[in-house]
Design a protein around this ligand. Structure first.
Ligand SMILES: Cc1ncc(COP(=O)(O)O)c(C=O)c1O
Length: 386
């Protein structure tokens, strides 16, 4: 499918150049409407059926399962944040002294601190794979170094599908193969890719996939998703809430305490995850993403960014090679000669929204953006008269 821009579905005024979905996505109108409807329903709680504690959550899990290509929605848990999902993972991993945890340089903090703590607890070793300094084939070399770092001492590798600041794609399929050969787990943070890039659980078979929901999945802040593979089937959740127990639908029998959990990953969902407002917004969001398809989103982003990337690369900016980076999110390293503070002011004046992350200006786009947003950004960076 070849998508046209979908600006009409959003509420972003002309003249606003929002290139920052990697930070926080804009709700499209269907999400806003679903949220408002659910807010109003709370004013008449007697009209909310008790089945709403369960059925909409199942619908949501089915949608997420479809998006990441896995058959069983019971492998999905609702989580409030990536840090919550990764704490669940950490809670179910024991290390031997000297076991190695492989991480990527400048990984998002929620995907670092938790491992630092785990390593301290068991006297494990954190191994950080640095971005190669060479400009040529950097993404390819980085991936090679990641693969070379996995050995019999590796307990697990935790990384994103792409790097959150510069968009470098990590070859999860090859990493999965290597981790399997060495009996190591693969933990993926999909926050910056799921929804905007194709992803298949059946193809990658990660042990866990943890995602923030408020970026490329267009959910409200405070709702995320996790997939847990068979390694976690009988694990320990970090909290015990009533609704994750077997037969919890039978509300009048809740005090007949139940020792059994619902199947598979259900035990890992956060308390009150049936949030009537959030879940309705999340359903509206995922239905639309599935309809657009992540593949078509990626293609659209490629189309609107190609000229921008070419222009900036020809003018001294560094951007990862297109075959080893994402199209919906990438970093632009600007030459030292450009004054960053002055640039920030120019961007603000011209209503251009991007993130400054690490050494990069992180540019991220979606279907409400057009090549014009990128032209304004490139004019600001190159100090052309606007
Ligand atoms: C790669 C990545 N992971 C996770 C998060 C969010 O983490 P948390 O849900 O713990 O706030 C972000 C937010 O920017 C991110 O970029």
């Amino acid at each position: 499918m070849n998508l046209q821009d979908q600006k009409n579905l959003f509420d972003i005024p002309e003249g606003i150049h929002y290139l920052n979905t990697a930070s926080l996505s804009a709700s499209f109108k269907a999400i806003e409407e679903a949220g408002i409807k659910a807010v109003k329903e709370k004013s008449k709680p007697y009209l909310i059926p008790t089945t709403d504690f369960f059925d909409p959550v199942i619908k949501l899990k089915k949608l997420f399962a479809q998006l990441i290509n896995t058959d069983d929605y019971n492998r999905i848990a609702n989580i409030p944040s990536v840090s919550y999902g990764l704490s669940t993972v950490a809670n179910n991993i024991k290390l031997n002294k000297g076991d190695e945890i492989v991480l990527i340089e400048e990984q998002f903090p929620s995907n670092y601190y938790v491992w630092e703590k785990l390593a301290r607890k068991y006297k494990g070793v954190i191994k950080i794979i640095k971005q190669p300094t060479s400009r040529e084939n950097r993404g390819k070399l980085w991936n090679e170094e990641i693969l070379n770092s996995i050995n019999d001492k590796t307990a697990f590798i935790a990384l994103g599908n792409i790097h959150w600041t510069n968009g470098t794609i990590f070859d999860l399929k090859a990493i999965r193969k290597k981790t399997r050969n060495h009996n190591a787990l693969l933990i993926v943070d999909g926050s910056q890719s799921i929804g905007a890039m194709e992803f298949s659980i059946k193809e990658i078979e990660p042990d866990a996939l943890i995602c923030a929901g408020y970026k490329w999945l267009f959910g409200p802040y405070g709702c995320g998703y996790a997939y847990f593979g068979p390694y976690f089937d009988n694990g320990n959740p970090i909290e015990e809430n009533w609704s994750n127990r077997f037969n919890s639908e039978n509300l009048s029998h809740l005090v007949n305490y139940e020792s059994k959990y619902k199947p598979l990953a259900n035990r890992y969902s956060v308390g009150e995850h049936a949030s009537f407002i959030y879940v309705q917004m999340q359903i509206a969001a995922l239905e639309q993403i599935i309809d657009w398809t992540p593949k078509a989103i990626q293609e659209y982003c490629k189309e609107i960014t190609t000229y921008f990337v070419k222009t900036l690369s020809e003018n001294g900016c560094e951007i990862e090679d297109s075959d080893t980076r994402a199209n919906h999110l990438f970093g632009v390293k600007i030459p030292e000669s450009i004054d960053k503070d002055a640039l920030k002011e120019t961007l603000l004046k011209n209503n251009v929204y991007v993130s400054f992350r690490g050494n990069y200006i992180r540019v991220s786009c979606h279907l409400f953006n057009t090549s014009d947003d990128l032209r304004v950004l490139s004019d600001c960076i190159l100090n052309k008269s606007l």
